[in-house]
Design a protein around this ligand. Structure first.
Ligand SMILES: Nc1nc2c(ncn2[C@@H]2O[C@H](COP(=O)(O)OP(=O)(O)OP(=O)(O)O)[C@@H](O)[C@H]2O)c(=O)[nH]1
Ligand SMILES: [Mg+2]
Length: 690
């Protein structure tokens, strides 16, 4: 069943679900697709039958791996939904989704409350200033406690929060929700909760719902003087007025209303949909997009309107085994059809889409045009990669780039047979294009391909996809920590590649200044040659030489990061100089610089959070202390203790086993990459065999 697109930009909601793993994002999305008439039956994560978890790797594992976009129509609203993965290995998917979404629903578990990773996605949403509403799910589970989750949220999430619903139980059975603004009880009938019964609030819950309504009004009044005056003067606050004020402060990122329900038991999802329409922004509310001129100097604004020049961001590239490469774009202004010639302002090339597709997870609907506010897929682009801006050639602009986390785990990968060699190369290239947190490097020292990603599961899934989508048979090494190398002082270095072999020789001579850059800057090359001491045509080869040399450093073949190389001098020979000789000269200069600029090895440091029963607290802390951990906090939740620490990944590679043995399985943990830091020199030998 296909949606009929309504025209009004104010009725579009581009939203996403974000949460920790297993909070119920996909289960909720599945209900939404059913209630909005997109699917005829509800699929379940547990049976591997959901619409958005469509990849074989997702269905086998019961988790989301790639964010899926799907759209539906609820009342007057066109809702584009992106269901994101919760597993920290796939956090890049969350980043890119938040970049293009206008609003988000953050889901919490009614038992677990604010888990460490809930805080992580919350911070990610903060980074992109995405307005949000919260949904406390799984209230049917034993041990679920809406009110303690609410308290937990108030404590941990630094924003004004209040419930707009409270749960309704009868004999410990979760039956429905009380809408405290409308003052009604909603229960759900029919096999799939499709019939909603609206009743008055039961006598025994009247006081409690009045209390929570007062709390809600109080929170809004704290933000709004005018509203406060009305409350003080005893004016009646109508439901519409209250909702309008909530909307205002959600859009301003100052307030978060909390909904509740149980997606699995089909309760509360329709009201969440209403909430998406009521409180989350349309593209119009988000306002003009800030972008830059193609030289990056001037700031330009594009209003969300079809009459503005076209501009869109490609936020995801995915290779579909059947359709080929899909380019997911968010359109900010203007409109396109397949006849439009597009301009990729980032790559400075023209592009043309053969097809425009509206996505329903992995199914597609071909449409003839797309416009401001839409999230669609293009087919047939040639040069575009994730993060590129598409626009009109005579009105080029560049949207601020996306930043992705650095991979922390790597494995060597080898083709099983000669025939697999070429397929492996192509498959890895495609996967690398899709996933900015997946990197492929050829290690010259060992002659192996090394792939790196965000964690062992990430790499396992990639290898699986090589096999299933690209039919490559490959041998995989043992997972290793992805170390990096950088320099600690500035230095000038010379690379001279001269060979006289009678006939045509080689002559390349480069002088580089190498400086350390702040964390996360990668490699930067700058050319400061004046007066043609090196002819212009050789400069690109020198740049190439620098980047190639940076692929494996001198301390163990690890990639070099955060170095700026400035070409300041050199010389050439009329006959013997060539692109190759300058490339080699640049490589020599760069390597020589690394050797003399006090290179160091960097290691990934993880943020670890261990939850244990009190009796094992000292064992866990003692063990962490022996693993170079820096413990930053020990806190209490109910009768559990929570230890937060920064710890090098190399020390906790098999932490699941360690913790199980240490606590007889009475503790759990979460871990996520935090930053890179210098490996202490006394440990170099032990850690990387140097
Ligand atoms: N009891 C109960 N279980 C639920 C509810 N919602 C989801 N689940 C179960 O929780 C598990 C995870 O659900 P998903 O919908 O896959 O969670 P997710 O947030 O999409 O997980 P990831 O995509 O892997 O991060 C499944 O076994 C669901 O059946 C709920 O309301 N109540
Ligand atoms: Mg999911």
């Amino acid at each position: 069943m296909m949606t009929k697109k309504k025209e009004d930009l104010g009725n579009i909601r581009n939203i996403g679900f974000v949460a920790h793993i297993d909070a119920g994002k996909t289960t909720t999305t599945e209900r939404i697709l059913f209630y909005t008439g997109k699917t005829y039956k509800i699929g379940e994560v547990d049976d591997g039958t959901t619409t958005t978890d469509w990849m074989q790797q997702e269905r086998e594992r019961g988790i989301t791996i790639t964010s899926a976009a799907t759209c539906c129509l609820w009342k007057k609203f066109n809702i584009n939904i992106i269901d994101t993965p919760g597993h920290i290995d796939f956090t890049a998917e969350v980043e890119r989704s938040l970049k293009v979404l206008d609003g988000t629903v953050v889901i919490f578990c009614g038992v677990g409350g604010v888990e460490p990773q809930s805080e992580t996605v919350w911070r990610q949403a903060d980074k992109y200033h995405v307005p949000r509403i919260a949904f406390v799910n799984k209230l049917d589970r034993q041990g679920a406690d809406f009110y303690s989750v609410l308290d937990d949220m108030k404590k941990k999430l630094q924003i004004s929060i209040a419930a707009v619903q409270i749960p309704y139980y009868q004999e410990e059975q979760f039956l429905g929700v009380i809408d405290i603004i409308a003052g009604k009880l909603l229960t759900y009938n029919g096999e799939l909760g499709e019939n909603i019964l609206t009743e008055d609030i039961p006598e025994e819950l009247k006081e409690r719902s009045a209390k929570y309504k007062d709390l809600l009004i109080e929170k809004i009044a704290e933000l709004d003087d005018e509203f406060m005056n009305k409350v003080i003067n005893g004016e009646v606050i109508t439901a519409d007025k209250l909702k309008a004020s909530i909307r205002k402060y959600v859009l301003a990122n100052k307030f978060v209303p909390v909904f509740c329900g149980s997606s699995l038991k089909n309760k509360g999802v329709q009201e969440l949909l209403d909430g998406i329409g009521d409180y989350l922004p349309s593209p119009l509310d988000v306002g003009p997009l800030k972008a830059f001129s193609s030289d990056g100097k001037d700031c330009q604004m594009r209003s969300p309107s079809v009459t503005e020049p076209f501009c869109a961001l490609c936020f995801k590239v995915f290779t579909d085994p059947f359709v080929g490469k899909l380019f997911y774009i968010r359109i900010y202004s203007g409109k396109i059809s397949t006849a439009t010639t597009l301009y990729n302002a980032t790559q400075k090339t023209k592009e043309k889409a053969m097809k425009i597709l509206r996505m329903h997870a992995n199914k597609q609907e071909i449409v003839t045009e797309a416009k401001a506010g839409d999230i669609v897929c293009l087919v047939g682009l040639k040069e575009t990669v994730t993060g590129d801006t598409l626009c009109e050639a005579n009105k080029p602009i560049i949207i601020e780039e996306m930043k992705f986390p650095e991979p922390v785990v790597s494995v060597a990968i080898e083709p099983r047979t000669q025939a697999d060699q070429e397929k492996l190369f192509l498959g890895l290239k495609k996967l690398e294009e899709e996933d900015p947190s997946f990197k492929v490097l050829y290690n010259k020292e060992t002659g192996q391909n090394v792939i790196s990603g965000m964690g062992q599961l990430h790499l396992e899934v990639m290898v699986d996809r090589l096999l299933s989508d690209f039919s490559v048979q490959a041998k995989i090494g043992k997972p290793q920590v992805a170390y990096k190398e950088t320099i600690t002082k500035s230095i000038q270095s010379i690379g001279k590649f001269v060979q006289q072999t009678g006939g045509h020789g080689q002559y390349g001579h480069t002088v580089l200044v190498m400086e350390a850059l702040p964390k996360g800057k990668g490699i930067i090359f700058e050319n400061k040659i004046k007066g043609g001491v090196i002819p212009k045509e050789f400069i690109p080869s020198i740049e190439e030489g620098v980047f190639e040399a940076a692929e494996s450093g001198v301390l163990g073949g690890y990639p070099v990061v955060d170095v700026k190389a400035t070409l300041i001098d050199g010389s050439y020979h009329d006959v013997d100089s060539s692109e190759l000789s300058f490339k080699v000269a640049a490589e020599m200069a760069f390597k020589d610089g690394l050797r003399r600029a006090s290179s160091v090895i960097l290691e990934p440091i993880m943020l670890l959070e261990v939850t244990t029963t009190t009796d094992y607290l000292s064992q866990v802390i003692g063990d962490l202390n022996s693993r170079r951990a820096k413990i930053s906090e020990v806190s209490e939740r109910k009768n559990l203790r929570i230890i937060r620490a920064d710890v090098p990944l190399s020390e906790v590679f098999n932490y699941a086993d360690v913790l199980r043995n240490l606590t007889q399985g009475r503790a759990s943990y979460t871990i996520e990459p935090s930053y890179y830091d210098k490996v202490p020199s006394e440990l170099l030998l032990k850690i990387i065999g140097m």
